[in-house]
Design a protein around this ligand. Structure first.
Ligand code: SF4
Ligand code: SF4
Length: 340
């Protein structure tokens, strides 16, 4: 992989230049109160690459919380119009674990016939990644992410103090850099590696990812599920903030006058009580313990069985969002190990 470098001052000028060109929507991490979020950049000065974690992962740009798919006039069968938007988007500063999650989403939405709307949105995106520069008390991504993030990143920024080393991952990324004031990299690979990993995780998965699936399967009937299920409020926060949760529902909203309607795709989640309700009102995961178990198995067994990579990227957002303090998958493993 080619390594280049750029001073931080020139990098910010580069971001401003890209914004002024208006060739794509430019998104980056900005501070909101005491938190960080992905949002449209107004100026390079707002870009914060020294964040701990963002409230929501960048999945919201490819799988929005609420997305209109069709508009129609209910009384006119010929009025149905598809609503699609695939405007080009460039996202700056995605931590490597969120890129690993986008890789999983790409796999899921390309499976079978694929979701052409998701695929087009991804084709029109350019992803510029980075490595954490600040601790986050719930993060354990080093235990669960390998190097799959390079499969989706176009460029990766490595903070070297006054400069960034840029890992040029894709041809698209290389083209994007044209016109910037880049120099040849002069840092050793050891220095670059140290800069990428010097912020250590505060948490870790208590078992290795290679044995995690088998370990959990052996504990399918463990008391952990009831113990955690009894504490769960079924609020769904853990699945909504999760970068590897992408379940959705499709429903229709009709105007009270019956003059207009729209079909929408909205986030849904397996921790919500009605998620598994089927015809005739039967709910095949009525118990909180069953829902909690299903979510954990999806991350640790079902997704890895299908896509070869662990289904949790260790961002720690779920643990941070959970009022009951039970949502982090690492906590499940810890509990089982303590109660063997
Ligand atoms: S595990 Fe926590 S965040 Fe998730 S649904 Fe239960 S209470 Fe809510
Ligand atoms: S399960 Fe929790 S720690 Fe794992 S990716 Fe989802 S939000 Fe992050």
């Amino acid at each position: 992989m080619e390594l280049l470098k750029i001073s931080k001052k020139n990098f910010l000028s580069f971001v401003d230049k890209k914004m002024s060109e208006k060739k794509s929507r430019i998104v980056g991490v900005i501070q909101k109160g005491s938190h960080f979020v992905f949002d449209d950049l107004q100026s390079s000065k707002d870009l914060r690459l020294d964040y701990d974690v963002t409230i929501l992962p960048p999945k919201k740009y490819f799988q929005p919380q609420k997305e209109v798919m069709l508009k129609f006039a209910p009384k006119n069968v010929e009025s149905y119009v598809a609503v699609n938007s695939y405007d080009p988007i460039t996202i700056f500063g995605i931590h490597y674990y969120d890129l690993a999650a986008i890789y999983l989403m790409d796999r899921a939405f390309s499976d079978g016939d694929g979701d052409e709307h998701y695929i087009k949105k991804r084709e029109n995106s350019l992803l510029i990644g980075s490595y954490p520069q600040k601790h986050f008390k719930q993060r354990f991504s080093r235990s669960v992410v390998k190097d799959q993030y390079y499969k989706v990143a176009d460029l990766m920024l490595v903070d070297m103090g006054d400069e960034y080393v840029i890992e040029v991952v894709s041809e698209k990324g290389k083209n994007y850099l044209k016109g910037s004031q880049l120099k040849k990299n002069t840092y050793s690979l050891k220095q670059v590696e140290e800069a990428k990993t010097h912020i250590k995780d505060d948490q870790k998965l208590p078992v290795t990812v290679d044995i995690a699936s088998e370990f959990l399967t052996r504990n399918y009937y463990h008391s952990v599920w009831k113990y955690f299920g009894d504490k769960c409020f079924s609020c769904g926060s853990c699945v909504f903030v999760c970068p590897t949760c992408y379940c959705f529902d499709v429903c229709e909203e009709i105007d009270l006058t019956l003059a207009a309607g729209q079909r929408i795709k909205v986030w849904d989640g397996c921790m919500l009580e009605n998620f598994a309700v089927v015809a005739d009102g039967h709910n095949f995961r009525r118990d909180r313990a069953d829902r909690f178990k299903h979510r954990t198995f999806r991350k640790v067994k079902y997704l890895p069985d299908r896509y070869r990579y662990f289904g949790c990227v260790g961002c720690g957002r779920c643990a941070d969002a959970c009022t009951a303090d039970i949502a982090g998958p690492n906590k499940v493993f810890k509990y089982i190990l303590e109660k063997q």
